[in-house]
Design a protein around this ligand. Sequence first.
Ligand SMILES: [Zn+2]
Length: 439
Amino acid sequence: MPHCTTLLHAKNILTQDSERNLLEEASLAIHNGKIVAIGPRQELAPVWQAQEERDLGNVLVLPGLINAHTHAAMTLLRGYADDLPLLAWLEQKIFPREAQLTAEIVELFSLLGFAEMLATGTTACLDMYLFQKAVFAAAKRAGIRLSAGEGVFAFPSASCANWQEALAITEDLAQSTSAESRLEVMVSPHSVYTTSPELLTACLSLAQKRNLPLHLHLSESPQEVAQCQQSHGLSPIAYCAERGLLTQPAALAHVVAVSDDDLKCLTEANAVTVLHCPGSNMKLASGAARIPEMHSLGIPIALGTDGAASNNQLNMFLEMNRAALLHKLVAKNPEVLPAGTVFDMATLGGAKALQHHDLGSLEVGKWADLTALDLSAPNLLPCYAPISHLVYAATGHEVVLTMVEGEILYDHGTFTRFDYEALCQEIRQITDALQRKAL
Ligand SMILES: [Zn+2]
């Protein structure tokens, strides 16, 4: 009789394999964090001997969602400043508050962001921010899968006096996390407009030396493109291509304002993924990315929430819904980006962005990163097509269980690795203190 650590049973399992198989009355066997069997309950239950067996009941189990672009610690700024033009928002509100950041604040608010993600079915995220060691510490506390790197800027940040220091932190992290299967490092120059040619070259060298992917904001708005044209005579994408950045695996956030030549450049790039953030693009009025065209050109696309200051939620169900609706409206065509395509972006697309090919679907040999939705929620009844519900009906609040590498991290409202009540208290104390300082 084969042994496994955990044997899960569920009413439905959406495998997200190449045939999009939906299994009914199904089971999933997990051993040492990986899926070792998946199939009908009546076949698996008599065969597998499990240390722990759990019947999840009337739920839909699906691969954990992957939030491919976020700044988890920006939960600190959720609802702090809304409905402002980008420059006023940044200069009068966001930057002064970010100047007060400390490692302790970043760790606590990252943990809050990870809590929100786990509670809404996200098992992995791609983050970029300041005090990144604190972000990794928070990810270890929460148990979530994290790819991230210290944001690299041409000017001093709250955490680094210069860009050399930011790259040193990134390299340290690459060393210290190399044995951790849930933690990966990406070299993260913030964007073209906040960096310099010399800095970008140094980022590329580090990425090549350590075999790390790059993660940067690119072509987020027409203003950014105009500025780049003026400074360098090229679009941000052409500029990155010219500097060799697109020869390295790279995750490119936003990619909203692009020309036909830019799209051609992306199709010719080595291993890039576009990180589409529809909520943030709509809230900051950056524009609508040309996602349906990119998709038809075969450019890999993942979905992200961006930070809570420009969203204001870190909920991938909401993001899937926004992606599907926004592009139908823009194209004036309801057939654009069907639910299955959007769900692919939130799972397999995210796995590509993270350069993590053993994520994104529930298949033998992949990590058991998954979530389960309560199918008895009123907004999920009746259920003709689960993929439709994931994109158009679910809110994320139907999530009852989230697991990474076979470890339950969120179970019916409870976080298993940390004391959520204590976190809430600390969050309140810090926000009260910051507000008092601001008065
Ligand atoms: Zn961002």
